[in-house]
Design a protein. Sequence first.
Length: 232
Amino acid sequence: MKILIADDHWVVRESLKQVMRRLQQTLDVFEAETFAEAEETLAVHPDIDLMLVDLVMPGFEEFDGLRRLRATFPDTPVVVISVHEDVDHVMRSLEQGVIGYIPKSSGGQEIERALERVLEGEVSFPRRIIERSNAPVAPKAIGAPARPAPPAPAAPAAGPERDADLLTARERDVLALLGQGYSVKRIASELDLSSQTVRVHLGNVMKKLNMRDRSEAVHYAISNYEALAERG
């Protein structure tokens, strides 16, 4: 596996390398200290499997570098590593199609679990940030009226192609838990389903709501959690 770690702090790059080497026995690591260096590396090594990228590095304003990388190399998966711990940064990153968001304050085990989920093909983001914003109901309470919560973060305007009424009750349950940061395995456990059945439900959700990828599904689920819970 080939990865690119782009961060202007050496200690961050070294820490991420150590975590990734615990998860992948065969690993080729490329490093960059700026977005320009990251672009150069990707141009020479277009077969890089994963990018771990800081939002703020020399040469670009916040999010501008990420947008440029995503526009130039749209097929390379990206995990954001950031000092910011607010839902706005998570949501704006998801809008760029990233598959993970990891705060730099996270402990080693938390980072390892997040990257492990990414390597398993899931979207990973910190539940604690979303919970502070949405105060969602407990997983077992899905299907019951939700407690009052602050307005969810802004999301793309919902049209007929984004109407949650198109979903079955079970599909809404799965989507709501996805928006809380639960893995496929954890969702399966909470809803007494197999992991494969959960994946089928997620696939149906993405097809019905015209979603391109799992990141878009997570963004929608976070933005519409209360509505999903009320309809479940």
